[in-house]
Design a protein around this ligand. Structure first.
Ligand code: ATP
Ligand code: MG
Length: 663
């Protein structure tokens, strides 16, 4: 596609005078002048993709150089940077210290109750070395698995890096998950060590966490047999009933903290497994996605530099994801730290103690680059602009979005209210499986459109195809596929090669393409729009309509803060569109009037075919702990079925409220 590079201004003065909304946002000349990326990146990648990736791999320090960029005859099992050896942790920490940047702050950690710590690269090196020495002392060896079940405390990142340093494969399990979820992941990976905290802060109150580990690991005949040790970081100091298993459980303070801060690292093969991460389970049983070292670090490092236009020593980066998700792995740990970045790690929720928290952090630390999910942007919209407006957000210079399609209304609000119409927005499409950002604008190069992830990044090749694998025409929906391997691609599903081939490579087996499971379309200008999971495409009287588009239209109505749309079985139309909406603060029009307004709004905005059969105004939407709407459960509600598996929901009680609104 054509990537528009232009020096036109994109100030608010550019907005169309007829009152219609601006459709394209070219980069400002000021941003272009200082951008890391230029149009030549695409040219280099197009001219010789493997050479391009070899150049990106040279961003890292290799102890032994690689002699082949890609090995793909055994597809879909890829090997990148074959023959190369490196240490991932040394690339994220040691080399910055060696280059004289040891005093630079790596992590501004902001605790939930108001405590904070600044950790320099030198201090990080000490901590990582201590943990590595302790892990070695308890007999852990390269290839062993370590489960990490921790809130957002610095020790979680120290643990991840220490694992990387020793060639241990970490498996981070989100600390909001249940004991059952932890146990199934510990068993699947046969983890030898579990690292946790005594407790975690939830809305200013300490809640036990180790208790869930005890429950997960069981006792006697039911005990998780792989686990030898549980390492406990003291965080809340507030669980008087805490259980302690002698011989198994140890305090971080008594062990890691007492270990030597000197550790010699060893280099590992480029394909050495770095981590397992179980997908969030929006669609089914979580899969243990396997990522390896050289290729993963190359692409996270490369994308961090260009997509976030990172300026070493100047920027303060903040990714709002939890380390329990892939975004936390790639853009809280490996991407930023391999680039020597200074970043924020925030422990709590955006509204503890109140809705000002994120903006206070931005103001206090001078955050320049802010990367969050659309669900949070829509939450901010719901809270209203007076909150961000009461803070100085002038340090911000780039905004990012990830996790779901971002509806144009939320995109514009983000750009206007948070970014003051100055900051480019990068809407980054990627997955746990892809390891790093894949489809995204390049700031300073791409003229962006609200709601579109625009184009594959240089070095990445994607396509949108129909059932037979033919490229779809502009405007038509198709399947998003990745038709060339990429360095940070998943190397498999832990212990299940068949499921790996089946899930991702069987749909377009003949062509050898990766099937992402998402629907997408091109617009007339060739920009790429991701429409969400193909399971989320409805069929109404033979018309294929994406839930994301109807949701976008609904959020475009002034009263709506957030919307979830599903296709419920309908005797006459096949599927009927059922919507669940949350209102913005301070809307007091009666619901009947609002609902009829919303219906005609969708009808005008998309087409009468897309008009919802039913709209329910509800107080909350069911979400996974990563903030994604669980549409399959809403479908159960709309169809009057028993609810399916609710184990990954944040708050299963939302259904009582939703059901009572419908009756
Ligand atoms: P599971 O695969 O277990 O059902 P999941 O797909 O939600 O869970 P993730 O890997 O965290 O787990 O999310 C990747 C998915 O999120 C993508 O496939 C896509 O549907 C959606 N997504 C992520 N970023 C974007 C984006 N910028 N635009 C549109 N969709 C996005
Ligand atoms: Mg997925």
């Amino acid at each position: 596609m054509q990537i528009v590079s232009t020096t036109e201004s994109s100030s608010p003065a550019d907005a169309p005078e007829d009152g219609s909304v601006q459709a394209v946002y070219p980069p400002s000349p000021e941003f272009v002048a200082q951008a890391n990326a230029g149009p030549e990146l695409y040219e280099h990648a197009d001219a010789d993709r493997l050479k391009f990736w070899a150049t990106q791999a040279r961003r890292l320090d290799w102890d032994t150089d690689f002699d082949q960029v890609l090995d793909w005859p055994d597809a879909p099992f890829a090997k990148w940077f074959v023959g190369g050896k490196l240490n991932v942790a040394a690339n994220c920490v040691d080399r910055h210290v060696a280059a004289g940047k040891g005093d630079r702050v790596a992590i501004h950690w902001v605790g939930e109750p108001g405590d904070s710590r600044d950790i320099t690269y030198s201090q990080l090196l000490d901590e990582v070395s201590r943990a590595a020495n302790y892990f070695t002392s308890i007999g852990l060896e390269a290839g062993d698995r370590v489960a990490i079940y921790m809130p957002m405390v610095p020790e979680a990142i120290v643990t991840m890096l220490s694992c990387a340093r020793l060639g241990l494969t970490h498996s981070v399990v989100f600390a909001g998950f249940s004991a059952t979820a932890l146990r199934s992941r510990v068993d699947d990976a046969q983890a030898k060590l579990v690292v946790t905290t005594d407790g975690q802060f939830r809305r200013e109150k300490p809640a036990p966490l180790k208790a869930a580990v005890d429950e997960a690991l069981g006792t006697g005949d039911d005990a998780a047999e792989s686990v030898e040790h549980v390492l406990v970081v003291r965080r809340t100091n507030h669980d008087p009933d805490m259980n302690w298993v002698e011989g198994r459980d140890v305090w971080w303070d008594d062990t890691v903290a007492e270990s030597s801060p000197k550790h010699e690292y060893e280099a590992f093969d480029s394909e050495h497994p770095l981590f397992l991460l179980y997908t969030s389970g929006t669609t089914g049983k979580p899969k243990g996605i396997v990522h390896t070292s050289g290729g993963y670090l190359t692409q996270t490092s490369y994308t961090f530099h260009y997509v976030f236009d990172h300026k070493e020593g100047r920027d303060v980066f903040w990714c709002g994801a939890d380390i329990g998700w892939v975004t936390g792995h790639s853009y809280l740990v490996y991407g930023p730290l391999s680039n020597g970045a200074t970043e924020i790690i925030y422990e709590g929720t955006p509204n503890s103690p109140n809705e000002h928290r994120h903006f206070e952090v931005i103001e206090k630390y001078g955050v320049t680059t802010y990367y969050i999910a659309p669900t949070l942007i829509r939450t901010f919209m719901k809270w209203g602009r007076t909150i961000p407006d009461s803070h100085d957000l002038s340090s911000l210079r780039l905004l990012g979005s990830v996790g779901e399609p971002i509806n144009p209304e939320a995109w514009r609000w983000y750009r206007d209210v948070i970014g003051h119409n100055r900051c480019p927005i990068v809407d980054t499409w990627w997955q746990t499986e892809t390891g790093s950002a894949m489809i995204s604008p390049l700031p300073g190069v791409t003229a962006t459109k609200p709601g579109s992830a625009m184009a594959p990044l240089p070095g990445i090749s994607a396509n949108i195809v129909d059932d037979d694998g033919n490229k779809v025409a502009p405007g038509e929906q198709g399947y998003l596929v990745l038709d060339q391997p990429w360095p940070s691609m998943l190397r498999g599903i832990w212990g299940d090669d068949e499921r790996f081939k089946d899930t991702y490579w069987s749909r377009f087996a003949e062509q050898g393409w990766y099937f992402a499971g998402d629907g997408a379309r091109y617009d007339e200008d060739g920009a790429l729009w991701v429409l969400g999971r193909i399971d989320d495409v409805m069929n109404v009287s033979g018309h294929r309509i994406s839930t994301a588009e109807v949701e976008s239209a609904l959020v475009g109505h002034h009263a709506v803060a957030e919307a979830a749309v599903i296709g419920a079985t309908d005797a006459t139309t096949g599927q009927g569109i059922v919507a669940f909406v949350i209102l913005r603060e301070g809307i007091d029009t009666d619901h009947e009037t609002l609902i009829s307004e919303m219906k005609s709004h969708v009808s005008v905005d998309i087409s009468p075919i897309a008009k919802p059969r039913e709209i329910n105004i509800v107080p909350e939407l069911p979400k996974t702990r990563s903030g994604k709407i669980m549409r399959r459960l809403l479908r159960d509600v709309a169809e009057g079925n028993e609810l399916g598996d609710t184990s990954t929901l944040v708050d299963p009680t939302v259904f009582e409220a939703i059901r009572s609104q419908r009756s």
